[in-house]
Design a binder for this molecule. Sequence first.
Ligand code: SF4
Ligand code: SF4
Ligand code: F3S
Length: 266
Amino acid sequence: FTSAKRPPVVWLSFAECTGCAEATLRTTYPWIDELLLDIISLDYQETLMAPSGEAAEKSLHDTIAKNEGKFICVVDGSIPTAENGVYGMIGGKTFLEIAKEVCPKALATICIGTCASYGGIPAAAPNPTGAKSVKDAIGVSTLNIPGCPPNPINFVGTIVNYLLFGKLPDLDDKGRPLFAYGKTIHDQCPRRSHFENGEFVTSFDSEEARLGYCLYQVGCKGPETYNNCPAVKFNEGTSWPVQAGHPCIGCSEPDFWDKLSPFYKS
Ligand code: SF4
Ligand code: SF4
Ligand code: F3S
């Protein structure tokens, strides 16, 4: 698949850990070189771009000026709003100012990761920086690809949907594409038959854990978490948390850090 005209993409990084960008680099369908050279034109991304300093700022502003209403804005990280946003700045501007300047000029704003989508870990209690999702911080509607980090296939699938059909995919009531977040982890989990049979892991490093029994009683949040991890897995389909023997911690749900913890039960 090669796009006739690669859509310009501006990627803004705010209060984040770079895990979302690292995850995106590990895309395998397509690989990152094909994504960047044949499918999209990534005109600004601080971790990946060659320019720095004023030259990087120029790339951002030139792309926006040339493509107003036509570029896709990708955001990772939440936006600190306390004290007028002073807790996060780039090039002398707060994240809040940058988001207000760039996002409304985009064709669409895609939030990659739970931080940008819903606030994520930077917004966890007591949230001293007043971190908020992009939507809550600046009032634009966003398409959300949550996960901490999200699976790159869900981001790439969203972009390809746009290139093939000329529109963004259908979303659920939390702004997530239904093709990826339409079902719970629990409803796709290969350990589900153990759940139904009452076969549970009750402690790690036990015989039940080695047998691959259900992780619900050690804290699995699969029944309340919407994501496609069991179907697509990570790292070229190698594995995903429950396959590796770890409970789902609900990383693609709003406020998971506060509402779904403690992550482990025993
Ligand atoms: Fe990092 Fe998770 Fe936030 Fe992505 S969603 S920036 S991986 S903390
Ligand atoms: Fe559901 Fe988690 Fe058990 Fe899988 S391991 S069946 S997601 S509770
Ligand atoms: Fe996150 Fe649960 Fe998938 S923790 S990576 S949504 S299995």
